[in-house]
Design a protein around this ligand. Structure first.
Ligand code: ACM
Length: 263
């Protein structure tokens, strides 16, 4: 299975320009799964809810339709972060897109910092989507800090966690080695680069370093902290179905839920 991640710096508010950037970068690619960053069509730092509402669009809106044409040209599926309009509400969402359009949506559950004032928290849970026979789980950026996110996707059967991101803290990329290992899944963090400083005193530096990690915690491919990259890797998703970590230890069966206090 060929995975492609496109790490770039979306231009704030320039949806058409961002779609063009994505289309040009992926023009010659054939891929089974393409992953793009969080909020990749709009940029990240909305000043207020009105600005967000003006740029948000439904899961089957025009930007997602254009991304489905890119998915079709690449002969694969695509995961893209976008600002989702649903009735009067906006979610920080990721669309799972096939050649014929949006198949489903994940809405970010763990909102980060100012996102709490802009978006509604996700209300669709953690689900997997099918790319052929391969189960794709989706989480968005700050969801990484809550191990329950990746665990929920693992229990739902994910082979690959497509992790679309706009990371600003320095911890996640290293932590994803653990998320991959503790769940025996592939994790593909596609993070943006660049700077946004649309609000005085709140400059955001996005950390790039997108990375694909295998179920043993090995980094298969990664990007730099500050450059635009198309990151390509071949994987065998079947490796994620083996949850044995020693001949006598299975990472799911050996859990002891009666002994945990998770509430
Ligand atoms: C983040 O969740 N975008 C940091």
């Amino acid at each position: 299975m060929k995975i492609v991640m496109f790490q770039f710096s979306p231009a704030f508010g320039q949806v058409n320009e961002n779609l063009e950037t994505i289309g040009e970068a992926l023009a010659d690619q054939r891929a089974d799964l393409i992953i793009l960053p969080e909020l990749c069509t709009t940029g990240y730092q909305f000043k207020d809810r009105a600005e967000l509402a003006a740029l948000a669009e439904p899961a089957n809106g025009p930007a997602m339709k254009e991304l489905s044409e890119i998915a079709a040209a690449c002969h694969g599926h695509l995961v893209a972060g976008f600002a989702e309009e649903s009735g009067s509400k906006c979610y920080n969402s990721a669309a799972f897109i096939g050649p014929a359009g949006t198949i489903g949506v994940y809405r970010k559950i763990h909102l980060f910092a100012d996102e709490k004032r802009l978006f509604e928290p996700g209300n669709l849970g953690f689900k997997v989507f099918l790319a052929g026979q391969v189960k794709i789980g989706i989480m968005i950026c700050f969801d990484w800090l809550f191990p329950e996110s990746a665990r929920s996707l693992t229990i739902a059967g994910a082979h690959i966690i497509a992790h679309t991101a706009n990371l600003v803290l320095p911890y996640c990329q290293t932590a994803m080695i653990t998320r991959a290992l503790e769940n025996h899944v592939f994790t593909a963090t596609c993070n943006r680069i660049g700077v946004e400083e649309r609000i005085a005193g709140q400059t955001l530096h996005f950390t790039g370093a997108s990375r694909l990690v295998d179920p043993d915690g090995k980094i298969l491919a990664e990007g730099s902290t500050d450059k635009t990259h198309v990151i390509v890797a071949e994987i065998d998703p079947g490796l994620a179905t083996d949850k044995q970590i020693t001949s006598e230890n299975n990472i799911l069966e050996d859990r002891q839920p009666d002994q945990y206090n998770l509430s």
